[in-house]
Design a protein around this ligand. Structure first.
Ligand SMILES: NC(=O)c1ccc[n+]([C@@H]2O[C@H](COP(=O)([O-])OP(=O)(O)OC[C@H]3O[C@@H](n4cnc5c(N)ncnc54)[C@H](O)[C@@H]3O)[C@@H](O)[C@H]2O)c1
Length: 246
C-alpha cells in the first residue's frame, strides 16, 4: 500500500518506520525541513531505529536497508498524497490545525483514500466534518513509541465505511498491533485509553498536591505495583518529548 504520514515528529517518524518495516511505501512529510532531518535520524540511528534493531538481532541488515528504501521524506504535501491509499495525520494536538490539515488532505488526496488521524482525543466527528468524505475519515490512535507499542485504538462513527475500517484494522494487525475498534464520543476528550488514563492522572496529581507523596514516589509505586514500564508523570513527560535516546 502507498501511505503518507503527515507530521514527522515523535509519532509520525515512528509510525512511518513501522509501516515501511511492514513492507509499505511510505512518504513522511512535515512543514519543517529540520523535523524531517531529525525523523530520518530517528528511523535510522535512533533508539528505536532500524540500525539498533539490527544490533539487537530483531531485524536483518537486508530488511533494515529495504525499510529505509521504502521510506521517503519531503515537504511537498500535494506530491506526498497524490497517489496514496491511506494518510495518517500526526501534526500537533491542536484542533484548528488538524481541521486545516484535513481540509487540505481532502482537496489533495485521491477520492477513495482513507484519511486517518493519530489525534490523542479530539472527536472524530469534528475532523470528518472538515472534509467532503466524512465516511472515509477515522482515527487510528497509536501509542509511543510506535515501533514498540501494540496499541491500535481505531475510532469510528456509525457512518464510517466498513471498507475504510477494514483497511486500517488489517493494516494495524499486519504491523503487529492489536486493533480495537471503538465508538467516537463527541462529548468527551480521549477516546477510551486516554479517558481512563486522564482520570488516573487527576488522582495522581491530587496525591502530590495533598503532600501524600512526591511525583517520583508516585511513579515508583505505580511501576512496582502494576508492572507499568514508567509511572504516570514519567508517561506524560515521555509523550511530550519521546522516551529518550538511551
Ligand atoms: N507523543 C505521544 O506520546 C503521542 C501518542 C499518541 C498520539 N499522539 C498524537 O500524535 C500527534 C503528533 O504528536 P507528536 O508527539 O508526534 O508531535 P510532535 O510535535 O513531535 O510532531 C508534530 C510534527 O508536525 C509538524 N507539523 C506542524 N504543522 C504541520 C503541518 N501543517 N503539516 C505537516 N506537519 C506539520 C511539526 O513540524 C512536527 O514535526 C498529536 O495529535 C498527538 O496528540 C502523541
Amino acid at each position: 500500500m502507498r501511505i503518507a504520514v503527515i507530521g514527522a515528529g515523535v509519532m509520525g517518524s515512528g509510525i512511518a518506520q513501522v509501516l515501511a518495516q511492514t513492507g509499505h511505501d511510505v512518504v513522511c512529510t512535515d512543514v519543517d525541513a529540520a523535523a524531517l532531518d531529525k525523523a530520518r535520524a530517528n528511523v535510522t540511528t535512533g533508539r528505536y531505529g532500524v540500525d539498533r534493531a539490527v544490533e539487537r538481532g530483531k531485524l536483518s541488515r537486508a530488511d533494515a536497508d529495504a525499510t529505509l528504501a521504502r521510506l521517503r521524506f519531503g515537504t511537498d504535501l500535494a506530491a506526498a498524497v497524490a497517489d496514496v491509499a491511506l494518510v495518517i495525520e500526526c501534526v500537533p494536538e491542536r484542533l484548528d490545525l488538524k481541521v486545516k490539515v484535513f481540509r487540505e488532505l481532502d482537496r489533495l488526496a485521491p477520492a477513495d483514500c482513507v484519511l486517518a488521524s493519530n489525534s490523542s482525543g479530539f472527536p472524530l466527528a469534528a475532523l470528518a466534518a472538515a472534509t467532503d468524505r466524512p465516511s472515509r475519515v477515522l482515527v487510528w490512535h497509536w501509542a509511543s513509541p510506535p515501533v514498540v507499542m501494540k496499541f491500535a485504538e481505531i475510532v469510528v462513527l456509525p457512518s464510517t465505511d466498513e471498507d475504510a475500517i477494514a483497511r486500517v484494522r488489517e493494516l494495524a494487525a499486519a504491523c503487529g498491533k492489536h486493533p480495537v475498534v471503538v465508538k467516537d464520543q463527541p462529548m468527551a476528550w480521549g477516546y477510551v485509553a486516554n479517558r481512563i488514563y486522564a482520570a488516573m492522572l487527576v488522582e495522581a496529581g491530587r496525591v502530590v498536591a495533598e503532600g501524600v507523596a512526591s511525583h517520583e514516589e508516585v511513579n515508583r509505586l505505580m511501576v512496582d505495583c502494576f508492572g507499568w514500564p514508567v509511572g504516570p508523570f514519567a508517561m506524560v513527560k515521555g509523550a511530550q518529548t519521546g522516551f529518550g535516546d538511551a
